[in-house]
Design a protein around this ligand. Structure first.
Ligand code: ATP
Ligand code: MG
Ligand code: MG
Ligand code: MG
Length: 442
């Protein structure tokens, strides 16, 4: 019976991604002369060890193919949410003129964290750590913008540069990292507050869709300025921020702002808990600090030129990747949120030379084409084609990289109605399902 079906299967096009073709250097010991990495967190160790990223110099990283897939998925998830609130994607230059930073006072305020450089004409540029100046200057350069053109929301997902005093924890505190930064412009403070609330709602949706437990807290405006700010945190022991929560009134704040004594909202002193958090997002209601300094104005109905009210909203894209792993991973095995796992599923066929080998390769085709009908799996499945290795050895690797689902084709799959072993790594369950069962479950 198998002989005929196997013959037919040979003509099926094979579009499945293969493990053997992925550039995934899996040892973290660098060659002589290359930078040795100090390991400071679990996510950093796992991402380096499993070939997701590789360190280039302290705080800057190569993203390898699996890392890029995760990054692109997260970026797409954020893009979809941004378009729901009418935000338009742009790209601001990384090099910004230092005169802009002088005008707002931040050439001073940012201090040693600012990377600056001189061009051949001795003009000083900033390698931008954020883009409030750049976007305000862009708006200022557009003359006669009418009140009718607002609210306006512009965002980008690009590299940011900060000369961090202690780059560490891998992607979590880099000197070059990817941020999604959104800037909003409104005609008055009331409208700006409405936009702020709308973006915070959007951020809640983004963090819910990512699927890692988060906490939103009141944050300090710090050197950014403005009147209101919130931070989004993942709880993890290595987090460098302290979050203060009051169980009496539900108030959550960064300790930087609220202190540890009593609750700064309800005044209770016996209901405070403190935990470490990793800051993954930050929103600011900025007011007119940047628009005033850089003349980002609009024309009112009566033709008067008035500074715009701004908001600024950052998401640490590369930090979210690492922080999610920090939160979800086991000691020696990555766990990804399903929303941005590099591949959702991996198929492990029988070993070369085993009696199941031939039927196994037919079943790979069959199960792969059946599962491609599921939208979330299309172009999201991987085949561990290293068939010279035992199933057990490849299973160890699949668990370490943490593909959410692993399908093993083994002895049980040789029946007339083949049974597949499905490992769900997100809840540690193993199920034995036939093809229809897989389609229902996945
Ligand atoms: P931190 O307090 O951790 O230094 P920040 O408050 O200076 O962060 P923001 O200026 O609020 O950071 O930037 C917006 C987001 O960019 C942060 O919420 C964080 O997710 C991310 N981010 C900031 N600095 C880094 C960094 N060095 N490496 C990776 N991501 C970063
Ligand atoms: Mg900082
Ligand atoms: Mg901070
Ligand atoms: Mg911040």
């Amino acid at each position: 019976m198998w002989a005929q079906t196997i013959e037919t299967s040979k003509v099926l096009p094979s579009t499945i991604h293969k493990v053997s073709k992925i550039f995934q250097p899996i040892n973290i010991i660098p060659k002589a002369g290359h930078v040795k990495t100090a390991l400071t967190s679990k996510s950093q160790r796992l991402m380096l060890d499993l070939g997701i990223i590789r360190q280039a110099s302290p705080g800057s990283f190569h993203f390898l193919p699996l890392g890029v897939r995760a990054l692109e998925k997260l970026t797409l998830l954020v893009d979809k949410q941004m378009s729901k609130i009418g935000a338009q994607k742009v790209i601001f230059p990384s090099l910004t003129n230092s005169n802009l930073w002088k005008s707002t006072g931040r050439l001073q305020d940012f201090g040693a964290e600012l990377f600056t450089l001189k061009d051949r004409h001795d003009h000083i540029y900033v390698l931008s750590p954020t883009h409030e100046e750049a976007v305000a200057d862009l708006i200022a350069s557009v003359s006669q913008m009418s009140y009718k053109e607002f609210p306006l929301k512009l965002y980008q997902t690009t590299n940011k540069y900060r000369d961090e005093i202690k780059p560490r924890f891998g992607l979590m505190r880099g000197r070059q990292f990817i941020m999604k930064d959104l800037y909003s412009f409104d005609v008055d403070i009331e409208k700006a507050k409405e936009t702020y609330a709308e973006v915070c709602e959007c951020y809640n949706s983004i963090f819910n869709e990512i699927g890692v437990d988060y906490i939103k807290v009141v944050g300090s405006c710090g050197a950014m300025g403005g009147s209101l700010s919130h931070e989004y945190h993942y709880k993890a022991d290595i987090g460098e921020d302290k979050i203060v929560s009051c169980s009496r009134c539900g108030f959550n704040a960064n300790a930087e702002l609220a202190g540890y004594d009593k609750c700064s909202q309800c005044g209770a002193s016996d209901s405070i808990t403190v935990h470490a958090g990793i800051e993954v997002g930050h929103t600011f209601l900025l007011g007119d600090k940047y628009s005033k300094a850089l003349n980002a104005n609009y024309l009112t109905e009566k033709g008067k030129s008035v500074p715009l009210q701004m908001g600024s909203y950052g998401l640490g894209i590369t930090r979210i990747l690492a922080a999610a792993i920090e939160f979800l991973a086991k000691e020696n095995e990555i766990r990804w949120p399903i929303s941005f796992a590099p591949y959702t599923l991996i198929i492990i066929p029988p070993k070369k030379g085993s009696k199941e080998e031939e039927v196994g390769s037919y079943l790979v085709q069959r199960v792969h084409s059946a599962l491609e009908s599921i939208d979330s799996l299309k172009d999201n499945m991987l085949l561990d084609d290293r068939i010279q290795m035992t199933i057990g050895r490849r299973m160890v690797d699949a668990r370490r990289v943490g593909y959410p689902y692993v399908i093993v084709i083994g002895a049980k799959s040789m029946e007339k109605n083949p049974i597949f072993e499905l490992h769900n790594l997100t809840n540690d369950q193993v199920l034995y399902l036939n093809e229809e069962g897989l389609l229902v479950y996945l």
